[in-house]
Design a protein around this ligand. Structure first.
Ligand code: SF4
Ligand code: SF4
Length: 355
């Protein structure tokens, strides 16, 4: 009988092989391997069509284009919009050029960014903070005056801080794809580019609150939550309700302080992305526990500051690391439990003298 199973492409990323369907991007293939090799992404958003290819955070080196044509690609490529080929070899965390370039991308994103973290509502769940912490150089060389914008009031629910915007376009795609008319875009170009004017027109739409969730920084924040609490002092709980809005999933995270629901957001997955969007009624008007069916404590991403000091399950060998190192030559042999779905790196030798 003829084999009708779709042909899969073999791709190697940071020495780890994975098989993915044709059409998969390098970034999605890396995500299938796990967090330790997945490139960072500031503008790409899986559930929004057209995102990606703008921030350059996810640049990687393709050292072999495919099995048929194994020549390296001459420049670093954006992994979020570059699709894999069979036999492709990619370097991310193991490539010096990639790591050095990423430092430059962080520096570039921070050129005009204000030092607002102590008073910014996004702090603690900010992708720019994480990106700068993990990939930045800790200093910057920019001495010119930072670009600033006039404050603009865009209504009772969403606070716009254009100074913090990194022009990732995610909110533009959200307004374009979730609201029913195109009233939102990036105005001007270069140093003058801004998203502000049109956003005020998209704000009346029932799904405009999703722009808060997709914004990777504190440029769009929830006015009803503003300055109420640092996010790491709140307790996230998953809940749902039957919402009358056809497109609203009704699946949310409630952010509690004591018995009060301070904020309602869409649920984010392990990559910090909302896959099922919610309406403004659920987000802004349903802030009583009795409005919701509570499911339980929300699973918080392992690298989030909110999960600091909350350990679920530790993968500790039964004996000391030194003994382990003497007995096991390869990481592959170590009795560690990786999170479900993550693959162990291969070929990494554990030195016997490791302390
Ligand atoms: S957006 Fe992020 S990096 Fe910028 S001020 Fe807010 S928390 Fe800090
Ligand atoms: S406001 Fe936020 S989501 Fe919109 S372009 Fe700026 S950084 Fe991106």
């Amino acid at each position: 009988m003829e084999n009708t199973a779709p042909q899969l492409f073999k791709v190697t990323i940071d020495n780890i092989e994975v098989e993915v369907a044709p059409g998969t991007t390098i970034l999605q293939a890396a995500r299938q391997i796990g967090h330790h090799v997945a490139p960072p992404a500031m503008c790409y958003y899986t559930s929004l069509k057209g995102t990606g290819g703008k921030c350059r955070a996810c640049l990687v080196k393709v050292t072999a284009g495919s099995a048929k044509d194994p020549r390296p690609m001459p420049k670093l490529v954006p992994s979020c919009i570059t699709t894999v080929q069979d036999g492709m070899i990619v370097e991310n965390t193991v490539n010096e050029q990639v790591l050095e370039t990423r430092k430059g991308v962080v520096e570039f994103l921070l050129i005009n960014h204000p030092l607002d973290c102590p008073i910014c509502d996004q702090a603690g769940e900010c992708h720019l903070q994480d990106f700068a912490f993990e990939h930045g150089r800790g200093t910057q060389r920019y001495e010119e005056e930072r670009r600033t914008f006039e404050r603009e009031d865009i209504g009772p629910y969403i606070q716009l801080h254009m100074n913090r915007c990194i022009l990732c376009y995610r909110c533009v795609f959200t307004a374009d794809q979730l609201t029913n008319k195109r009233v939102h875009g990036v105005l001007n170009r270069g140093d003058h580019a801004e998203i502000s004017t049109y956003i005020s027109k998209a704000i009346d739409n029932d799904f405009s609150g999703n722009m808060i969730d997709v914004c990777p920084v504190g440029a769009l924040t929830d006015k009803t939550f503003r300055f109420k609490q640092r996010v790491w002092f709140t307790k996230p709980v998953t809940a749902h309700r039957d919402c009358e809005h056809e497109k609203c999933s009704g699946k949310v995270t409630l952010w509690y302080k004591g018995e009060d629901v301070l904020r309602v957001t869409g649920r984010k997955n392990e990559w910090g992305e909302v896959t099922e969007f919610i309406c403004n009624t659920c987000r802004f008007d349903k802030k009583k526990t009795s409005d919701w069916v509570i499911e339980g404590p929300a699973k918080v991403s392992h690298h989030s500051v909110i999960s600091a000091n909350h350990y679920e399950k530790k993968a500790i060998p039964e004996f000391g690391f030194k003994q382990a190192a003497q007995q096991y030559k390869q990481i592959d042999d170590l009795p560690v439990q990786l999170p479900e779905g993550e693959k162990k790196p291969v070929g990494i030798v554990v030195r016997p003298d490791s302390k």
